[in-house]
Design a protein around this ligand. Structure first.
Ligand code: C2E
Ligand code: MG
Ligand code: MG
Length: 766
């Protein structure tokens, strides 16, 4: 009404002016009818104008309000309904259509939409709730029928008087609705994570302890109460003291005095304490108490908050780790680390007193082959058996250990009897030989040993162990060998040093020559190839076998020069024979691990093949298994490169190293050479037979051919042929011989073979 005061005043003034005009007309112009008519018409027109202006103004105001609300609604990032207080739809914003999936067309008939959106039974109460201006949560049905959780807030935006000038007021309401789906998801996630948290607290059994600043009793969580069977409700420090092990009472008192000496600055520091407490089952367990001081905001009172976790298992793990560092897992004996420690202690006793010790190291002959053929678990059983045999031989003041693979070591106090170590070793050998089980029924298990006296002339225990190990290494693969480190062995060490010097001179003087040994096929007796074996012919004519200088050359690195000579000479000689029209054969050359791991080994082989003009398929490189074990990945890639040259690869002395059959299978070799130690007893020993046939079988599966070394009699050859072995090499068919003799051998062998009608094995033997 106030908005139209101007129009009312003008209308009122107009009425007054009209009345003045009519009175004047009556008083001064004898009430002339024409004047009266004009005045009435003018005033009526003026009144109509005022009324028209007023109504226009009101409509404009309404339109303005509507436009303003629509703009406002569109700017809100939520569903908005603008409506009258009598629940008549006026406007919904774009967000509303987006959330509930309605098009603009759908909502043109607003009330219908609202009925669709809100379920009929919820409609009225909902509207009521909306008008009551509360945070009202209800589900809205989207166009696709989906029920969407929403929360609504409603405000009165405008109060407009109705344009019909009836004076009634019109309330414009704006309801803003938020989609709760996301919020509910978050809530669910929160609830889930809360559950998880509670569960993890329960499972990990973390107990909570809280001392509020200024209070004297402690709050304990349910977990903590269950951990220690504490009474219900808050507890006192006495109850804590009662459960702490007396050995850790100092720890708890330290914490108490720390809390009492509270500083505000300390509250950020988190402390840890490990202590033993009586657990709910009555046993003492290890717990970790992690705590922090709590500051009171308005006083100097102290408080403390902390968590308690059972760490018994961790403590057990720690001691297990410690144990693992010193105890061999398979046998439970000391491992090498621990043996070195106790050995050093014994060594110091030897140095400081008259007490002496023996150090014995044993090695199960061909253990790794037993391991491969009978299975890892049975291998472990054998190690455990060996452990108990060796332990039974230890005496007071002595020690037993498994110092690696199948090597067991003993430290035995010296009783003054020089034959004591031999007696111990013989007993171990006898007991091991007599080991009978389902797995090792037919096999005779043997072991070799090396031993030495712990002498105070050594620098430390590791040198003593070196001596025993060196002696063991001299057993050279033969069974049940026992070697003592004595003056003779010591002299050998000195001799080796001398040989080292001589080798260097021999290379200069060209004292090395190659011998060749034939390799024969077990299928038809044909000559398949020859192995080039080096000989050192001294100026006095004495022939030094390779075992006496190759290992020394390896140590001094002069092996590279020797190997280059062998490679060149073998290829040159083979090509010469081929050019002479002799049978084309493959020549095998032995390379050591030192050669093999030289970076230029591949280019060396390539160069030799180029300079000698030998086709690569007539060259075979023999490598030992121990070489591959050093670095299997590198070995495989290096071997691949050799194979890529077209050169063959053989695994020499198979069975004497520590590799496993599965290992061999990953190496790109075409021929496996069974070591002489298996062949030596083949005709007498079941175990050798079993091992040999198992290895041949496995190799066949992998398409690897087999050759037996050191075949000396027809019986061995027959067994090998029966077992499926492809080739043989040994004195039975020909010893290593100089080049001129081998040349004759080729011709003669082929002549014999052509004439032969009987069995070539017996012929060779005869
Ligand atoms: P290897 O490569 O396993 O060679 C086989 C050895 O067994 C040869 O010994 C050979 O004479 C011997 N042998 C062959 N058949 C029989 C047999 O029926 N009975 C017996 N008792 N022995 C037999 P050799 O020539 O003394 O060589 C010994 C080892 O020295 C070789 O074993 C090889 O590892 C190494 N060797 C030989 N020549 C070379 C070489 O040129 N370079 C390198 N790096 N090592 C070589
Ligand atoms: Mg060889
Ligand atoms: Mg060999």
């Amino acid at each position: 009404m106030r908005r139209y005061i101007f129009e009312i005043a003008v209308a009122f003034l107009l009425l007054v002016v009209t009345a003045v005009f009519l009175i004047c007309n009556y008083l001064y112009f004898d009430n002339r009818s024409d004047i009266t008519t004009i005045v009435v018409i003018v005033s009526t027109l003026c009144l109509a104008g005022i009324a028209f202006h007023s109504s226009r103004h009101m409509v404009n105001k309404e339109l303005e309000a509507k436009a303003r609300l629509e703009r406002l609604a569109d700017s809100i990032n939520a569903a908005v309904i603008v409506w009258d207080a009598d629940f008549h739809y006026r406007y919904v914003n774009f967000e509303f259509t987006k959330i509930f999936g309605y098009s603009e067309e759908d909502i043109r008939n607003g009330n219908e939409i609202l009925h669709k959106v809100l379920p009929e039974d919820a409609f009225m109460p909902s509207l009521q709730a909306i008008i009551n201006n509360r945070d009202e949560e209800f589900h809205v049905t989207a166009k696709n029928g989906e029920s969407i959780a929403t929360i609504w807030n409603t405000s009165i935006m405008e109060i407009i008087e109705k344009s019909d000038a009836s004076g009634t007021k019109q309330y414009i309401l704006m309801s803003i609705g938020y989609d709760l789906t996301e919020l509910l998801n978050t809530k669910q996630e929160l609830a889930d994570s809360e559950k998880k948290y509670a569960l993890s607290m329960e499972l990990s059994e973390i107990g909570i302890l809280l001392l509020h600043p200024g209070e004297h009793t402690l709050y304990v969580s349910e977990q903590l109460r269950n951990m220690f069977l504490l009474p219900e409700g808050d507890i006192t420090i006495k109850e804590i003291r009662d459960i702490v092990h007396r050995k850790d009472s100092a720890t708890i008192e330290t914490i108490v005095s720390y809390v009492k000496g509270y500083r505000k600055t300390d509250t950020t520091v988190i402390h840890d304490a490990s202590l033993r407490c009586k657990s709910s089952d009555g046993s003492y367990k290890w717990y970790q108490f992690r705590y922090r001081l709590i500051a009171s905001p308005n006083s100097d009172a102290y408080g403390l908050g902390g968590s308690v976790i059972d760490i018994t298992k961790d403590k057990e793990k720690d001691s297990l780790i410690e144990k693992m560092a010193y105890v061999d897992e398979v046998t439970g004996l000391f491992n090498r680390n621990r043996f070195m420690q106790v050995g050093q202690e014994a060594f110091e006793v030897t140095r400081d007193s008259n007490a002496d010790y023996w150090v014995i190291i044993t090695d199960i002959d061909n253990f790794h082959i037993i391991n491969d053929t009978t299975g890892y678990e049975n291998g472990n059983k054998l190690l455990q058996r060996m452990a108990s045999i060796v332990t039974s031989q230890s005496s007071a003041g002595g020690y037993v250990a498994r110092i690696g693979g199948d090597n067991f070591a003993l430290i035995v106090a010296d009783t003054g009897n020089e034959s004591l170590p031999i007696a111990i070793i013989n007993t171990i050998q006898t007991e091991l030989r007599e080991t009978k089980s389902d797995t090792f029924k037919t096999q005779t298990i043997t072991c070799s040993a090396g031993y030495c006296k712990m002498s105070d002339s050594s620098i430390d225990f590791s040198k003593v162990l070196d001596q025993a190990e060196f002696s063991l290494s001299l057993s050279d693969g033969s069974r049940e060998s026992v070697i003592r480190y004595d003056n003779k062995v010591h002299e050998r060490v000195l001799r080796d040093a001398e040989t080292e010097k001589e080798i260097a001179e021999a290379i200069e003087n060209k004292e090395f020559v190659l011998f060749y040994q034939p390799k024969i096929s077990l299928i038809d007796g044909s000559l398949m190839g020859m192995e080039a074996l080096i000989r050192w012919i001294k100026p006095d004519g004495r022939i030094v076998p390779p075992v006496q200088f190759i290992p020394i050359a390896e140590k001094s690195m002069s092996i590279t020069q020797i190997s280059n000579f062998v490679l060149n000479e073998a290829c040159r000689q083979n090509k010469e024979w081929q050019d002479k029209g002799l049978q084309k054969l493959t020549v095998s050359v032995n390379l050591t691990s030192v050669d093999f791991y030289q970076t230029d080994v591949i280019s060396n082989i390539k160069t030799v093949l180029e300079t000698t003009n030998l086709s690569p398929e007539y060259l075979d490189i023999e490598l030992t298994e121990s070489l591959a074990l050093k670095d299997i990945d590198n070995a495989v890639s290096q071997m691949d490169e050799i194979r890529n040259l077209g050169v063959k690869l053989s695994m020499d002395d198979f069975g004497t190293g520590y590799s496993s059959l599965s290992y061999i299978q990953v190496l790109p070799i075409s021929l496996l050479k069974l070591d002489r130690s298996f062949i030596m007893y083949l005709e007498q020993d079941e175990m050798s037979k079993e091992i040999v046939s198992a290895v041949i079988r496995i190799a066949k599966c992998k398409r690897i051919e087999t050759i037996a070394e050191g075949v000396e009699n027809a019986e061995q050859a027959a067994i090998l042929r029966q077992s499926g072995c492809d080739y043989v090499q040994g004195y039975l068919f020909g010893k290593p011989m100089p080049a001129d003799k081998f040349e004759e051998f080729i011709t003669e062998h082929n002549k014999k073979l052509a004439e032969n009608t009987g069995d070539f094995i017996h012929q060779a033997a005869g």
